[in-house]
Design a protein around this ligand. Structure first.
Ligand code: ADP
Length: 408
């Protein structure tokens, strides 16, 4: 067993106390002078800035906060001065992933990346809000300081959230258009399940029950149940709000899902649908639900366009081909009235609609989605009759760089 011997520290006498106190006073005075040295040349300019600005020292202590910063964060000037910058940018609230490295303290976080960063800031009342933080280093007298300009991005985040809401609304509204035919599609397997279940009950009740017939009835019940579940799954996938899920996609699979979704609607409306999809198309990189939303919207618009045509002319074709320069092109071609020159200009604008119950959002949101995937969406009139809407998507993860926007 080892014993630790502590060396008794000499008890400071009165002179020692006074000395320590004087040293402390001198240090504090020197620190204050230094701080003032740094503040004086800058503070008047920064105070007049129309945006929030704080300066911090190398230990991430706030040296100075201007009036806009005080207003933005809700602290008094006294509370901010000498406080840690962590108080404004809490450690675990960094929303820009490239900043969440091993070096996680605020000073490094701000100092390492001299460009603009998006950080979550926290007000005095505990409310977090998004900010754009621009940092630059300055040498002021004998000290290196950082000038941190903070822009409140709450409004931008709200605009982006509204965009997401609209996108979701447009998707759900497309599904709403299909509601009648989807209900019909669900009714078929449910009715078949009921018949087969009743038949099975009868077999069980009869004394001469044939096990093979009973097994067949039960197998049919399972198959119809799967059919009904598939319909529900397809609806739920498109209706739910979720995170963007970027992955390599087979365009044919994406279109195949939509084909199954609109199949009954086309039959109900007496529309012939043709799918001409090239085999071995290059995979595209993107969010499946978003691309499906675009194809669904183009198809439903095409269905509306041909509805006044004679039954034999109600034809909508979907064609998928490799694009000569790389990537894939999807074309939805109808035999409707086509587009006037005026419509050509307006159809991709938000809220432009010629339909009594239209939202006028489908095409503008579709274009945003496709542009975000690094592709293009445009319309042209066919040589004979009707219009064609073309979507191009770049192949492979090259599209990863594109600005595929925010959570769904
Ligand atoms: P909505 O379908 O709610 O009207 P969209 O943005 O999808 O919204 O379409 C905007 C408008 O573009 C439609 O109201 C219609 O006038 C026109 N349009 C879209 N697709 C076609 C098409 N295939 N043929 C003719 N006009 C079309």
């Amino acid at each position: 067993m080892s014993t630790t011997h502590r060396v008794a520290e000499p008890t400071p006498g009165l002179r020692g106390y006074v000395g320590a106190w004087a040293t402390w006073l001198w240090r504090r005075e020197r620190h204050t002078r230094r701080v003032l040295d740094v503040r004086m040349p800058l503070c008047e300019t920064l105070e007049m800035m129309p945006v929030a600005v704080v300066t911090i020292d190398q230990r991430a202590r706030i040296i100075f906060a201007n009036a806009k910063a005080i207003e933005l964060f809700g602290y008094s000037r006294e509370e901010l001065t000498a406080a840690s910058a962590d108080m404004l940018f809490p450690l675990h609230a960094v929303c820009d992933s490239h900043l969440t490295g091993a070096n996680n303290n605020v000073e490094n976080r701000i100092a390492e990346v001299a460009t603009t960063q998006v950080l979550v800031a926290r007000r005095r009342d505990g409310v977090d809000f998004p900010t754009e933080v621009n940092t630059s280093r300055h040498r002021s007298l004998n000290q290196v300081i950082q000038i941190v300009v903070i822009l409140d991005r709450t409004a931008c985040a709200e605009v982006s959230r509204s965009g997401e809401e609209l996108e979701h609304l447009a998707r759900v509204s497309s599904l709403g258009e299909l509601a009648g035919s989807l209900a019909h599609e669900l009714k078929q397997p449910l009715t078949a399940i009921l018949f087969n279940a009743q038949a099975a009950q009868k077999f069980m009740a009869s004394k001469t029950a044939n096990p093979a017939e009973l097994r067949d009835a039960l197998e049919d019940i399972v198959t119809d149940n799967c059919r009904a579940s598939e319909v529900i799954h397809r609806i739920r996938t498109l209706a739910r709000k979720g995170e963007i899920d970027l992955r390599p996609l087979s365009v044919n699979e994406v279109i195949g899902d939509i084909e199954r979704l609109v199949h009954s609607d086309a039959i109900t409306r007496g529309i012939q649908i043709r799918f001409d999809l090239a085999g071995n198309l290059a995979p595209v990189y993107g969010d499946k639900v978003q691309i499906q939303q675009v194809v669904l919207n183009l198809l439903l618009n095409a269905f509306d366009a041909v509805k006044e045509r004679a039954p034999e002319e109600r034809l909508v074709e979907t064609i998928a081909r490799d694009e000569p320069g790389g990537g894939v092109r999807i074309t939805v071609r109808d035999h409707g009235p086509g587009l006037t020159a005026d419509q050509m200009h307006k159809i991709f604008r938000a809220f432009y609609t010629t339909k009594p119950l239209g939202l006028g959002l489908g095409l503008s949101i579709s274009r945003t989605i496709i542009t975000g995937h690094g592709g293009r969406l445009w319309a042209e009139n066919n040589e004979g009759m009707g219009a064609s809407f073309h979507v191009t998507l770049p192949a492979g993860p090259g599209a990863q760089q594109a600005d595929i926007h925010r959570p769904r």
